[in-house]
Design a protein. Structure first.
Length: 318
């Protein structure tokens, strides 16, 4: 990645993060909250469909549909330097993050997987500093502390003891997602939103497809993952709806909106907003699965919201 102050000479040098007004910054925040809400809804969809569907093939269908739609929407838009390189990096991070998460869940509980994945929230400013040597504002750091505490309160499973192989694999997911958040924040301002979103999903589709091909000779082996991946693709209306939801709403819409919004905020600020994901997941589970939120979960949600309010203090925007 090329950071500010270290760009090569040439005719095209748009800024990594656009200067925006307070009103535009708030619109970007609201847009990213919408993205996080959609991600929260995917928990319900995945929970229902992955009991019968092969995980990687389901992901390939999702990315394939999303890529087709995004490329169609990008026709006629300008293609910028480094588009392929930046898209490939994001696609690789997506494939690695999701792949490690899928495998890791075979060895740990879903609640611990959610918590370890959420470590990307506090890891993001660390990665941001390593990549660009930029320190987040005091308001963003304070907001991050509250949001991370709220995330931990909501997601840390009761009675969990120690780390296992699955936790360590999913820790790789958290690191991958932290780099993804930072890289999108740095690169989004360089490219057309539609082409950059299309490129991310195209390369994600390519890398997941290559991984699936590499695993094909081993699908007859014993093990929970191989048994799940060797299932036939379901031919039911519910599965079609799930693919459409994940391919159109949770891929096309979210990547377009996320790419646009992250060009208008710091990576740390984006990570604070992403801490809302378990809040939305709990709310959707409450509405659609009749799962009640505990006092700890309500308290965690309040801390996440407090962190967002603190990060929105006027001095946090420059």
């Amino acid at each position: 990645m090329i950071v500010d102050g270290a760009r090569p000479p040439g005719p095209y040098h748009p800024p990594a993060m656009k200067a925006v007004s307070r009103n535009e910054a708030l619109v970007a925040d609201f847009a990213l909250v919408l993205v996080t809400a959609i991600w929260g809804s995917t928990f319900i969809v995945n929970r229902k469909v992955l009991d019968t569907a092969p995980p990687l093939l389901f992901l390939l269908l999702r990315f394939g549909l999303g890529a087709v739609v995004l490329v169609f929407l990008a026709r006629g838009r300008p293609r910028t330097p480094r588009l392929v390189t930046d898209s490939a990096v994001i696609g690789a991070l997506l494939a690695v993050g999701i792949g490690l998460q899928l495998v890791g869940q075979l060895f740990t509980t879903a609640s611990k997987a959610a918590f370890v994945t959420g470590l990307s929230v506090p890891l993001t400013p660390v990665v941001g500093f390593l990549v660009s040597r930029k320190l987040p504002s005091a308001q963003n750091l304070a907001g991050l502390v509250f949001a991370s505490a709220g995330f931990a309160a909501m997601c840390w499973p009761s009675g969990a003891v120690g780390l296992n192989l699955g936790d360590l694999l999913i820790l790789g997911t958290a690191v991958s997602y932290a780099y993804l958040i930072v890289y999108i924040a740095e690169a989004a301002g360089r490219h057309d939103v539609r082409w950059f979103s299309a490129g991310q999903i195209l390369f994600g589709f390519l890398f997941v497809g290559l991984a699936r091909l590499a695993l094909t000779p081993f699908l007859s082996r014993p093990g929970a993952f191989f048994a799940a991946e060797s299932r036939p693709i379901p031919r039911t209306p519910e599965f079609v709806v799930a693919v459409l939801w994940m391919g159109i709403l949770a891929t096309v819409v979210t990547f377009l909106v996320q790419t646009w919004a992250q060009a208008r905020m710091s990576a740390t600020h984006a990570a604070i907003l992403f801490a809302l994901e378990p809040v939305f997941t709990a709310l959707f589970a409450w509405v659609f699965l009749s799962e009640k939120m505990s006092v700890r979960e309500w308290s965690g949600a309040a801390l996440v919201l407090l962190g967002i309010v603190i990060s929105e203090l006027p001095a946090s925007r420059k």
